[in-house]
Design a protein around this ligand. Structure first.
Ligand code: SF4
Length: 311
């Protein structure tokens, strides 16, 4: 359960110039083969079917799509968020709670029209937004499908729900397409980022990505019903034993973005994937660990944070 400890400011909706979809789609596909869609830059010839570190080749795979009511209040609202979960991931987190999807590849191959139809079906169900979960490695296919869906009447805000390990080149191509960025800030320390997610440059890359997202969409904007229509929300999962570097992560947000940034401080960590065999990760966080992080947010003057009730 999420609790808003400060109140949000309601501001008018901002309208953007329409993006040049054909040119953006073509640029994104160019990044995909040899692949530099994400900072791993592993150069896999994905359009020829070669699979990269993210375990993805030429086509997107979808594990599920549905109406989701468990996101932050401005995302799920009263009618739910239209989530589309993609298979594969560019991070390899040892504690991933979705690892059958992200690392074992569970899911069904879809083409652009099928993906567009999923968005339109979710819109038909009345959701507040279309929420792309783990989108980074399948961006060209997503934007191509959005273009098709928009021509058939898709009007909902688009949510980019990612692990925060993003290429600046790819992100810049999304300017004017994505309405709400919902990235993680997972680590503040390169050694831990390498040990637990095999991405030693995560802290540096992640901070640059968050700055770019903030530049594009600014702070979270709500409609008259408190539903998000644009802006940035950052998620931070507190890990046991200070592994997530929570205080440094919050300091970055407060000082280099804005203390008014909406942050979801998550205390729901539980062991999954390989983490029950890693002693420092083999337990939930304590209430004391969580309280220290919440206190740090308050001390930094952060205006908008969600916190969770620990089980
Ligand atoms: S998106 Fe996948 S294939 Fe492309 S650079 Fe990243 S990990 Fe490699």
């Amino acid at each position: 359960m999420f609790v808003l400890i400060y109140s949000a400011v309601r501001v008018p909706v901002i309208f953007f110039m329409p993006p040049n979809f054909p040119s953006i789609i073509s640029s994104l596909y160019e990044l995909m083969s040899p692949c530099s869609l994400c900072p791993h830059n592993c150069k896999a010839e994905r359009l020829r079917g070669v699979v990269g570190r993210c375990k993805s080749g030429a086509l997107a795979r979808v594990a599920s799509y549905n109406v989701h009511n468990g996101e932050e209040p401005p995302i799920s609202g009263t009618r739910g968020s239209g989530t589309i979960f993609f298979s594969g991931c560019n991070l390899s987190c040892v504690f991933c709670q979705n690892y059958p999807i992200s690392q074992l590849g569970h899911g069904k191959v879809v083409n652009a029209q099928q993906l567009a139809d999923m968005m339109l079906e979710l819109q038909e169900k009345g959701v507040h937004n279309i929420n792309f979960v783990t989108p980074t490695h399948v961006l060209p296919m997503i934007v191509e499908s959005v273009y098709i869906a928009k021509q058939s009447g898709l009007t909902l805000p688009l949510v980019y729900n990612c692990g925060g390990y993003e290429s600046l080149t790819a992100l810049k191509l999304l300017d004017g397409i994505i309405d709400i960025y919902l990235p993680d800030i997972k680590y503040a320390d390169t050694v831990k980022a390498e040990k637990y997610s095999q991405a030693p440059d995560y802290p540096e890359v992640n901070r640059a990505a968050l700055k770019e997202m903030f530049r594009q969409v600014g702070g979270l904007r709500l409609d008259e019903n408190g539903i998000g229509v644009g802006g940035l929300i950052i998620r931070h999962l507190v890990l046991p034993n200070g592994i997530s570097g929570s205080v440094k992560a919050l300091e970055f947000i407060a000082r280099e973005l804005s203390p008014e940034t909406f942050v979801s401080i998550m205390g729901q960590y539980h062991t999954a994937n390989k983490s029950d065999k890693i002693p420092e990760l083999a337990r939930p966080i304590t209430s004391k660990e969580y309280s220290l992080v919440i206190d740090a947010a308050e001390n930094l003057g952060m205006k908008n944070c969600w916190i969770q009730e620990l089980e």
